[in-house]
Design a protein around this ligand. Structure first.
Ligand SMILES: [Zn+2]
Length: 225
């Protein structure tokens, strides 16, 4: 039986950024023998030799803009990093315990400007006399966007989970699971990372870094392991 081809394009697409401020990270790229994709909170890299046919162009990883961490030093990225730990994680178990929580969707709705009460103008004091000018809050339109909750329930991307004493947001752990499932990876190893540095997961051919998150004392946390 022919082994099913892994769709690496799909895998790398999970990790690209969609922020307009960082155009160059909207696409995966190649650098120094590896493919990379990152959005600043997560990063994947894999030797080009694993799948030489991916059509990504050359890029440069600016360390300062990405995960600021000693784990990523691009000239010694894959092999020479000191492994201080090796924690085995079963992907199926992680997936099972990563139960999403739901929240009400929030949307922006146009509302009457609270500053000028919809008139679009406010009174200014100018050299002792009062003059009328455009409201600075709504820029003269009389309307402002207001965030309102809808009845629509959506997955809480920001829900925090505790895994081996480190806190991660839902969408990043979910991304890790999705990538492993696409690559048919059943067991991964966490080999580096602390509460405030990128955590490194070896996923057979690819390596995935996830940034942890901080928590407030009153926050509801779901413990995975
Ligand atoms: Zn206004």
């Amino acid at each position: 039986m022919k082994k099913t081809e892994i769709d690496y394009e799909k895998v790398f697409q999970l990790f690209v950024g969609n922020d307009d401020y960082n155009e160059k990270f909207k696409k995966p790229f190649r650098y120094n023998g590896y493919y990379y994709a990152t959005d600043g909170c997560s990063l994947i890299f894999m030797p080009i030799a694993v799948k030489p046919s991916l059509k990504y162009s050359n890029g440069i990883l600016n360390q300062k803009n990405i995960i600021p961490d000693d784990i990523i030093c691009y000239n010694r990225v894959a092999n020479t990093i000191k492994c201080t730990m090796k924690v085995e994680i079963k992907v199926s178990e992680l997936e099972k315990k990563l139960v999403p929580t739901m929240i009400n969707e929030k949307i922006k709705k146009s509302d009457i400007c609270p500053e000028c009460e919809g008139s679009g103008t406010v009174d200014y004091d100018y050299k002792g006399s009062t003059i009328e000018g455009d409201c600075p809050k709504c820029k003269g339109t009389g309307k402002c966007d207001k965030e309102v909750e809808t009845e629509n329930m959506i997955v809480n991307r920001e829900q925090k989970y505790k895994m081996h004493d480190v806190y991660f947001r839902y969408y990043l752990l979910n991304r890790l699971v999705e990538a492993c499932n696409l690559m048919n990876v059943k067991t991964i190893y966490k080999t580096a990372g602390t509460k405030n540095t990128a955590n490194k997961f070896i996923c057979v051919d690819a390596t995935i870094l996830l940034m942890p998150t901080l928590i407030n004392s009153h926050e509801k946390i779901i413990t995975i392991f």
